[in-house]
Design a protein around this ligand. Structure first.
Ligand SMILES: [Zn+2]
Length: 180
């Protein structure tokens, strides 16, 4: 089944406006892929070409009450936000920022984009569902110690990304186990 049909189905099932996600993607020509993503914490990510979601993992987590349906919708808006920002910043500039050899510039860029995507997702959630999400939906990256932990984890990817312009695809590929 096409990922868009799965998302529409979730809209019927949950009463939340999952349809808005498909509408945004269709109106703005954003490609969504349903893929198996490695690691237990990553449910989605975006590149300058498309959005990737691990739909099965999202649904499984929601059936086991690990995450709510609201969280699934929030995450999808969050990934759309990343994609839209890359288009706005420009693909060339984005690629320059993520392959920046200076770790501080690189990590500041990533963190700012994360915070932006959370804010935009919260806004879209309100716009389409008329619900103001609690703050815990957003990554608390404004707390210095949490930000520091996040930055620490970025070091590994930075090492690869900063070693050459062709490394972005390599890093993206390592998160994808298989396409559905
Ligand atoms: Zn993000």
């Amino acid at each position: 089944m096409d990922i868009k049909d799965k998302i529409h189905g979730m809209g019927e099932y949950s009463g939340l406006d999952f349809h808005s996600v498909v509408n945004i993607c269709e109106n703005e020509n954003i490609k969504i892929n349903d893929v198996e993503i490695s690691g237990k914490n990553t449910l989605g990510f975006s590149s300058h070409k498309e959005i990737f979601l691990d739909w099965d993992k999202m649904v499984n987590y929601s059936s086991s009450d690990i995450i709510s349906l609201e969280m699934i919708l929030f995450i999808i808006y969050h990934e759309i936000a990343h994609y839209k920002r890359i288009m706005k910043i420009g693909v060339e500039e984005h690629l320059k920022m993520i392959s920046n050899k200076d770790f501080n510039s690189f990590s500041n860029y990533i963190i700012n984009e994360e915070m932006f995507a959370d804010r935009w997702a919260k806004l879209m959630f309100y716009k389409f569902n008329r619900v103001i999400l609690a703050d815990h939906y957003m990554q608390p990256l404004h707390y210095p110690e949490i930000r520091a932990k996040y930055v620490e984890k970025l070091k590994r990817d930075h090492k690869i990304l900063s070693s050459g312009p062709d490394k972005y695809q390599e890093v993206l590929d390592k998160y994808i186990i298989k396409y559905r």
